[in-house]
Design a protein around this ligand. Structure first.
Ligand code: PNS
Length: 168
């Protein structure tokens, strides 16, 4: 059975990511979600927080059996070490294409034994990113349609947006 890796920053994980996991595991039942330790942009959450949130979010949506790991260094090295045949990525709008194209061809050049497989995002999540979720939450917006409750609570704690104190 072919094994696959779903890598990302997951800073934090969103319903868009979880939708990709749900669909990818139909193609690759042996799917592992991999949280990168050093994302391109300085993360809001630590590696452990992003990993823990991914595990909690997967459990919250009934995907508790999907394992979560972390990696540092090159994605293709992680893929080789885990002996996977495919790297799964979600593709949103054309804005994702250039980076994904460059990453996929570079990784294929580094190791042609690992294919990059792309799933088009569900329409309802095509606008969604971890960055926009953080920005909306930062400004007091409702993100309950974008992330599971455990992630929303973690954002409230991390951004110092605890529930308004009850009236005395
Ligand atoms: O969620 P993201 O930020 O789009 O995920 C990008 C990620 C983490 C998959 C990618 O940046 C990555 O794996 N970086 C680790 C270093 C690496 O392998 N870079 C790609 C070289 S082709």
């Amino acid at each position: 059975m072919s094994r696959a890796l779903y890598p990302g920053s997951f800073d934090p994980i969103t319903y868009g990511h979880l939708d990709i996991v749900q669909r990818a595991r139909k193609l690759f039942p042996d799917l592992t979600l991999a949280v990168v330790e050093n994302p391109r942009k300085a993360p809001l959450f630590s590696t452990k927080e992003r990993r823990d949130l991914a595990e909690q979010a997967l459990a919250e949506v009934g995907l508790r059996d999907v394992p979560v790991t972390t990696y540092s260094g090159l994605l293709i090295e992680c893929a080789k070490n885990m002996n996977v045949e495919a790297i799964v990525r979600g593709m949103r709008a054309t804005s994702d294409f250039d980076y994904e194209f460059q990453m996929a061809l570079t990784n294929r050049d580094l190791d042609s034994g690992v294919e990059s497989v792309f799933l088009m995002t569900a329409g309802r999540y095509s606008f969604l990113s971890s960055s926009i979720v953080k920005e909306v939450k930062q400004h007091g917006g409702d993100v309950s349609k974008f992330v599971p409750r455990c992630v929303e609570r973690a954002l409230e704690r991390k951004l110092g947006l605890g529930r308004p104190c009850e009236s005395a």
